[in-house]
Ligand binder design. Structure first.
Ligand code: ISE
Length: 349
């Protein structure tokens, strides 16, 4: 699963700042635009683009950059060195393929695409190009706690992993969030985290549907309980509950042969006042993973400027997550255990 050695890309920005276009300026895109304009070293936000023209103009004015209403034109813009894609998932395939055709390094928000077949087309297109050009925005890989847990697993200090217990709770969902989206949009992070922490593929998925919470919007199967099986026989359970009404809680516990380890306890400041004792719960993923997003974008920009192209999850990771989630959606619909077949990795693994 390590990134294959490949010819280095020409350095798009040379020694000057990397000129970046952000495609899609909804909440996530605006967050990345702010980061690139004000925080990331060595980058310059030059273009924002969104099919919503009024929104594009407003965000362009806020950052003093050019508005380009057609995202495809923004990709091919001669003054753009690299792109960040934060448009809806259904548009990712077309835009990533345009970026590959233009030879522009790309950071694409998760999911890479919304189906294994479309993700596979991107894997093949990048392979044909002969160098890594696309990074997928699985930001948890840049979170310090996940990095430490991965290192602990790799050290085998606690022996071989037996279980991962994952908790994924959100306060609420946006309008039109469907039961399938709990798998495709939320559990996809746990799929990537499983592959990242254990360094192996997921081989089967079972989705169970417990009693619906009264807090879930009409028709939404929330919560869900997902069981992932891996190549080595490690079992991963995921409680995903996205309308808790309380806050953002993402926890992972590793159980290994000679001990266990837990991350995501949120034990920053623990305060005692009156008869109460406790700390704060992050309201959302931007707060919980803010530092991870910052690190992700900085390391991506550094990799692009150095000619390495990517520094983090690539298209194969995006494809594997899409394939596991598609199996999860099938399991949600049928109630059955569904096996995952990734097929051969181009160029071997
Ligand atoms: C959202 O799209 C994210 O990526 C969040 O990290 C996740 O917690 C949430 O469930 C998703 O809807």
């Amino acid at each position: 699963m390590s990134t294959a050695t490949a010819p280095r890309a020409p350095r798009p920005g040379g020694d000057r700042d990397l000129r970046v276009a952000v495609l899609g300026v909804g909440a996530m895109g605006q967050d990345h635009a702010r980061r690139l304009a004000r925080l990331t070293r060595g980058t310059q936000l030059v273009v924002v683009s969104d099919v919503d023209a009024a929104r594009t103009d407003a965000v362009a004015a806020e950052f003093g950059v050019r508005a380009v209403h057609d995202p495809v034109a923004a990709v091919h813009d001669p003054d753009v060195d690299a792109v960040v894609i934060a448009t809806p998932g259904s548009t990712h395939e077309g835009l990533v393929l345009e970026a590959l055709a233009a030879g522009k390094p790309t950071l694409c928000e998760k999911p890479l695409t919304t189906s294994p077949a479309t993700a596979r087309r991107i894997v093949d297109a990048e392979h044909a190009l002969g160098r890594p050009l696309v990074q997928v925005g699985f930001m948890r890989r840049f979170d310090a706690e996940y990095e430490r847990l991965r290192a602990l697993v790799a050290s085998r200090e606690l022996g071989r992993p037996l279980f991962l217990h994952c908790v994924h709770r959100n306060a609420s969902t946006p309008p039109n969030f469907s039961s399938e989206m709990l798998v495709l949009d939320s559990v996809v992070h746990e799929v990537d985290v499983t592959r990242f922490l254990l360094d192996e593929e997921v081989t089967a998925v079972t989705v169970l549907t417990p009693r619906r919470s009264a807090t879930a919007p009409e028709g939404l199967q929330d919560p869900q309980f997902v069981l992932l099986e891996t190549e080595s026989g490690t079992l991963v359970d995921v409680e995903v509950f996205v309308n808790t009404t309380t806050g953002y809680v993402v926890r992972t516990e590793l159980v290994a042969e000679r001990g266990s380890a837990q991350i995501g306890l949120g034990v920053g400041l623990v305060q005692q006042s009156g008869t109460g004792w406790g700390g704060a719960v992050a309201p959302g993923f931007k707060e919980r993973f803010g530092a991870a997003y910052d690190t992700q974008v900085q390391r991506w920009a550094d990799a692009v400027r150095s000619g390495a192209g990517v520094d983090g999850p690539g298209v194969w990771d995006g494809y594997a997550a899409a394939a596991v989630c598609a199996a999860g959606v099938e399991s949600l619909r049928t109630g059955r255990r569904v096996e995952v077949d990734l097929g051969a990795r181009p160029g071997g693994a």
